[in-house]
Write a protein that binds this ligand. Structure first.
Ligand code: SF4
Length: 230
């Protein structure tokens, strides 16, 4: 068996174990693609609670995206202050809305649902402030395309499991991990690893002792040994 085949098997086993541990992954209703893009920009470098609050406040203060496009940056920043980095995110959002309106003549990204994943990624990542993770989140959650976003939890847990090398950075992980995850498992793998990274495989003091992935994990036995009293 090649190393890649071995890693793919491990990915499938990880998905099965995590579904058993945390329950199946269920998605809610699909919202408009543009809503998901703005929500994902607001979620950059902040908690879910704060980014949801920022999105709610933005929706409360502006009747639609066209009103946001026409508003002064200061008013947008004031509305999203709770989400953090408002002075960076507000001009970013306004610039993106203006560009979409200029290019498409309307404020809608629904066409992305019918575009092949690679083309849709290319379209979104042209905008300043939209990297591969943000673009992949939009395509996975709003368009249900099998595009894998790699966040900090996924990067850390994948490295510990040995799916990517110890020196693979986040940018390279975005290239390497999708090769190991078949389209049907992309959502389960993404959500499963985030759940696991938040609850058990934390950055500091991972809970290897109670981990359902211990026998699949390259790093776990070493971490466990190190945590035992001498
Ligand atoms: Fe993370 Fe430890 Fe589980 Fe490995 S065994 S996935 S390092 S918690």
């Amino acid at each position: 068996m090649t190393a890649r085949q071995h890693a793919r098997r491990k990915v499938a086993a990880v998905c099965r174990r995590l579904a058993k541990a945390y329950g199946p992954v269920e998605l809610g209703e699909r919202g408009p693609v543009l809503d998901e893009l703005i929500a994902t920009i607001l979620s950059q470098n902040t908690s879910d609670t704060n980014s949801h609050a920022a999105f709610e406040e933005l929706s409360r203060r502006f009747p639609d995206w066209d009103a946001v496009r026409r508003a002064p940056v200061k008013r947008i920043a004031a509305a999203i202050r709770r989400g953090g980095l408002a002075d960076q995110k507000a001009p970013r959002i306004k610039t993106i809305l203006r560009a979409i309106h200029r290019e498409l003549g309307e404020l809608s990204l629904e066409f992305l649902r019918d575009v092949p994943p690679a083309e849709a990624m290319e379209y979104l990542t042209r905008f300043d402030g939209i990297g591969p993770k943000t673009a992949a989140c939009v395509l996975l959650f709003a368009c249900r395309k099998p595009v894998l976003p790699v966040d900090t939890h996924m990067h850390r847990v994948s490295r510990r499991l040995g799916l990517i090398g110890p020196n693979v950075d986040a940018a390279r992980a975005h290239d390497e991990l999708p090769r190991l995850v078949p389209p049907r498992l992309v959502l389960d793998f993404h959500v499963g690893l985030i759940r696991h990274g938040r609850r058990v495989c934390k950055a500091r003091n991972p809970g290897c002792e109670e981990c359902p992935l211990l026998d699949l994990c390259d790093e776990g036995p070493r971490l466990l040994e190190r945590s035992r009293p001498a």
